[in-house]
Design a protein around this ligand. Structure first.
Ligand SMILES: Nc1nc2c(c(=O)[nH]1)N[C@H]1C(S)=C(S)[C@@H](COP(=O)(O)O)O[C@H]1N2
Ligand SMILES: [Mo]
Length: 444
């Protein structure tokens, strides 16, 4: 299993397509090739079939719970992995695109309760500003307010409570890579999420000081990055949130990340952090917030951007543009951060650890399964450090014998909503909160 993406490897020299590609294009053929049977009901033939040898060789062991494994599903061992590329001040991020720069963090590098700056993902829509000067940077508050104002970062620190909070930022498109049919856009797998400790002032305090007027409906966020076209005045992104959300105490105008200046690619010197909502609400390189009397209509607010159909749709279905609604809170989700997927583990009892979150809500339970979802155990779950922080889960998982296993995680929030097994498909590939699966080879 040297090639994580499953492209032709030395274990199967005559194979022309990788298993990943094959599952992509011809799931039935792939299933037949891998398991040696056409349908789920034939699964019993698997142990005797020629597929066993192939599969065991590629995965590194037989699959004790193979009867439970749904047909047509790519084993998690093949479901992720691209080459590491280096970005200054970042550690181990996988680059998906270089212009604009987009990079995600492999789950096992997100094991810390508080995400180090070096491991916070990067999602840019345009070209970031260069040579920013925190001493002369200003933030303007205008629109439907009694006292429009322009403040330096020093003014923010002097005039408002400075607070430090652990806050989840997750891109609305995190998990897009697993949609079928494929959705256009960055093919995020699992790592467009992080929970750093941010220092700043509360957005609500600043808005209240400016005096939000009656009739305020939405905020509009502006920044100093440039559109990819380089055209003056053309904005790469300008989003906002309903005024009720903006006035929540969890949102920060942040000037520090994990006790130091923000990373250039994470919005230095000043950004919004709106936890639990699509990352796109958290404007980086923030220069202005306008309070509006209507839903904001800046770039990436309208059309199909950061929107989903207002009803469940079939995979591949064409949806009328009038049937799209703006994504608000992000759904309940969990991520296994230890052990690393595709690792070999020794011993029959393994500590499994990770994080769980649910936008604007608390997670009340995380469950783990090592038998493809047939049985589940409850993991220990920490309280969030503060509103908007993720929670950490941990549990020993026992494996009955050596072999290939998958560990699945499922979180349930305080409204009783759980992660689904299957992805609710939508045209732009947002909000994929299906179970996280890791692949483990247990050595006897
Ligand atoms: N000015 C500006 N702010 C932005 C963006 C951007 O392209 N420009 N991208 C948004 C999106 S889509 C996401 S998911 C988050 C990602 O934050 P990060 O790059 O610090 O991880 O920033 C948001 N804020
Ligand atoms: Mo995003």
């Amino acid at each position: 299993m040297s090639d994580k993406k499953g492209h032709s490897s030395d274990t199967d020299a005559q194979q022309t397509e990788g298993i990943y590609d094959l599952y992509d294009k011809h799931p039935e053929t792939a299933d037949e090739k891998v398991f040696g049977r056409k349908s789920h009901s034939d699964r019993r033939g698997f142990l005797k079939g020629a597929g066993l040898a192939t599969m065991a060789a590629v995965l590194g062991g037989a699959i004790p719970f193979h009867r439970n494994m749904p047909a047509g599903m790519v084993p998690a061992a093949f479901a992720e992995g691209l080459d590491d590329v280096t970005i200054a001040g970042k550690d181990g991020l996988i680059v998906l695109n270089d212009r604009p720069l987009n990079a995600e963090t492999p789950p096992h590098l997100l094991n810390d309760d508080v995400t180090p700056t070096a491991r916070h993902f990067i999602r840019n829509n345009g070209i970031p500003p260069t040579a920013v000067d925190p001493d002369t940077w200003t933030l303007t508050i205008d629109g439907l307010v009694d006292k429009p104002m322009t403040l330096t970062i020093e003014d923010l620190k002097k005039n408002f409570d400075v607070v430090e909070q652990q806050l989840v930022v997750e891109c609305g498109g995190n998990g897009r890579a697993y949609f079928e049919p494929k959705a256009k856009g960055n093919q995020w797998t699992l790592g467009a999420v992080a929970c750093s400790s941010w220092t700043g002032v509360r957005l609500a305090d600043v808005l209240k000081a400016a005096g939000v007027q009656e009739g305020a409906v939405y905020t509009a966020h502006y920044s100093a990055d440039k559109h990819l076209s380089g055209k003056e005045g053309k904005l790469p992104i300008s989003r906002g949130v309903p005024i009720e959300k903006a006035l929540g105490g969890e949102n920060l105008i942040a000037f520090a990340q994990n006790g130091e200046a923000l990373h250039d690619m994470n919005g230095a010197p000043l950004r919004l952090v709106v936890p639990g909502w699509p990352g796109s609400c958290s404007q980086k390189w923030l220069t202005k917030i306008t309070v509006r009397d209507q839903v904001h209509d800046g770039p990436k607010m309208t059309g199909k951007a950061y929107r989903v159909p207002n009803r469940p749709v079939a995979p591949g279905e064409k949806v009328d543009k009038d049937d799209f609604v703006i994504i608000e809170r992000m759904p309940v989700k969990s991520l296994i951060t230890s052990p690393e997927t595709n690792s070999e583990v020794a011993g029959k009892e393994i500590l499994v650890r990770g994080h769980a979150w649910s936008g604007d809500r608390k997670v009340s339970k995380v469950q783990l399964s090592n038998d493809f979802g047939a049985t589940w155990i409850d993991a220990d779950l920490s309280d969030p450090a503060n509103d908007g922080a993720w929670q950490t889960f941990e549990s020993k998982v026992t494996f009955p014998q050596a072999g290939y296993y998958e560990v699945w995680a499922k979180a349930t929030d305080d409204q009783g909503v759980s992660q689904p097994f299957a992805i609710a498909w939508n045209p732009k590939g947002y909000l994929n909160n299906s179970f996280h699966r890791i692949a483990l080879v247990v050595k006897g």
